[in-house]
Design a protein around this ligand. Structure first.
Ligand code: NAD
Ligand code: GDC
Length: 338
């Protein structure tokens, strides 16, 4: 482990989003004195705004914007991407692939201004489709990304950008680190509007059912598809450990607690204290049948394992989404609201 020098400037792209917003807060809490946060959204729409950071609004698809963001930065966490859950990535493939502009230009900016380290947030969506056809899936090892047949659109872009990070290291000496995030959740994430992922969507739907008294829920697919979900605190610890490490190849960062979507709903129902009639929307976006993270490598190399189980993480997430929904209804601003 190298350890990041807290006196050197750090850039987080996508700092107005879910993981980026938390990462900026964590870097400041750890004592990093110069943290720059960049996002294309107007600041009023950032999920978290940290006053002690240098907050900039830039569209990082352009090279000039990336040069402006990267200038003078020693460490770059590149999290900006046009992305969302299954409902978004299955229907916005071209937009997802255009994130290649962000990743290309951020790498070019990092190289030009001599960044010491570069982090790329890749995804479990790089894994080959034929290894994810069963709900009782064998957990995915890093080598399972090849031969390549990733998630259409979003997954191809992530896999291509992984390769670009690798070649910037080989050809230009840029120290690039890559994590393959498996479905991350927690407070201050997207929970409505079409980009939300299953955990937040199910919390929102259960709360809506409770508030309306109409005790039923729509679930995409037959509910027997499986996933593992990683709580944001575990994601932050792993991200920092990977950035500081000497691991040059992409590595899994995810939970290995495999659950079906029906089991996810069971947990959220028990947090809410109610049971709902389930309606299955079989023609909704479903993605792969099963996906889990094999954590053998990250455990061996970094000693990293998730600390937060799904039941605990979902309880925190449910409470936060509940507060957002109550405040949206009453017009009051919830504590910690964006
Ligand atoms: P998010 O959507 O909350 O944050 C991404 C941010 O990037 C958004 O705030 C968005 O406005 C910003 N952005 C998009 N295009 C931009 C542009 N052209 N210029 C500047 N900013 C731009 O998503 P997140 O969950 O925080 O994900 C962060 C990263 O991790 C992304 O690269 C994502 O693909 C990756 N990832 C996330 C998950 C997950 O489950 N959350 C899983 C796998 C990979
Ligand atoms: O959206 P997601 O969390 O993405 O969906 C998981 C499963 O939950 C899917 O099979 C989906 O059909 C099901 N599901 C059931 N009901 C609902 O109301 C709902 N909303 C949503 N969104 N899903 C529902 C994600 C990508 C990310 C990221 C991670 C990496 O794929 O969308 O961008 O890269 O993977 O692990 P998921 O897990 O398929």
């Amino acid at each position: 482990m190298s350890g990041l020098d807290k006196n050197l400037p750090v850039l987080v792209t996508g700092g107005g989003g879910f993981i980026g917003g938390w990462l900026v807060g964590e870097l400041l809490r750890m004592g990093h004195g110069k943290v720059r946060s960049v996002d294309m959204k107007p600041q009023s729409e950032w999920y978290q705004v940290h006053d002690r950071a240098e907050n900039m609004v830039l569209d990082l698809r352009g090279l000039d914007a990336c040069r402006q963001a990267a200038r003078g930065q020693a460490y770059i966490f590149n999290l900006a991407a046009d992305m969302g859950g299954m409902g978004f990535i299955e229907t916005h493939k071209a937009e997802c692939m255009l994130s290649v502009l962000i990743n290309t230009h951020m790498l070019m900016g990092a190289r030009e201004f001599g960044a010491k380290r570069f982090f790329f947030s890749s995804s479990a969506c790089v894994y080959a489709a034929d290894k994810q056809t069963s709900a009782d899936v064998t957990a995915l090892k890093e080598a399972d990304a090849y031969p390549a047949m990733p998630e259409d659109g979003y997954g191809w872009e992530k896999l291509f950008s992984e390769r670009m990070c690798r070649h910037f290291r080989e050809d230009f000496g840029l120290i690039a680190r890559m994590a393959r995030y498996h479905n991350v959740y927690g407070p201050h994430g997207t929970w409505d509007g079409g980009r939300e992922k299953a955990q937040a969507a199910i919390c929102r739907k259960v709360i809506e059912a409770k508030q309306s008294g109409k005790h039923e829920i729509e679930i995409w697919g037959d509910g027997e598809q499986t996933r593992s979900f990683m709580y944001i605190d575990d994601c932050l610890k792993g991200t920092l450990a990977i950035m500081e490490s000497e691991i040059i190849d992409p590595i899994n960062l995810g939970s290995a607690q495999l659950v079906s979507i029906n089991q996810l709903v069971d947990i959220v129902e028990s947090i809410a204290g109610l049971k709902l009639k389930r309606r299955y929307k079989l023609d909704a976006p479903k993605g792969v049948r099963g996906r889990n993270s094999d954590n053998t490598l990250i455990k061996k190399l970094l000693g990293w394992e998730p600390d937060i189980c799904l039941e605990v993480g979902l309880e925190k997430t449910y409470r936060w989404i509940h507060d957002q929904m109550v405040s949206a209804r009453t017009g009051a601003k919830a504590v910690g609201a964006r």
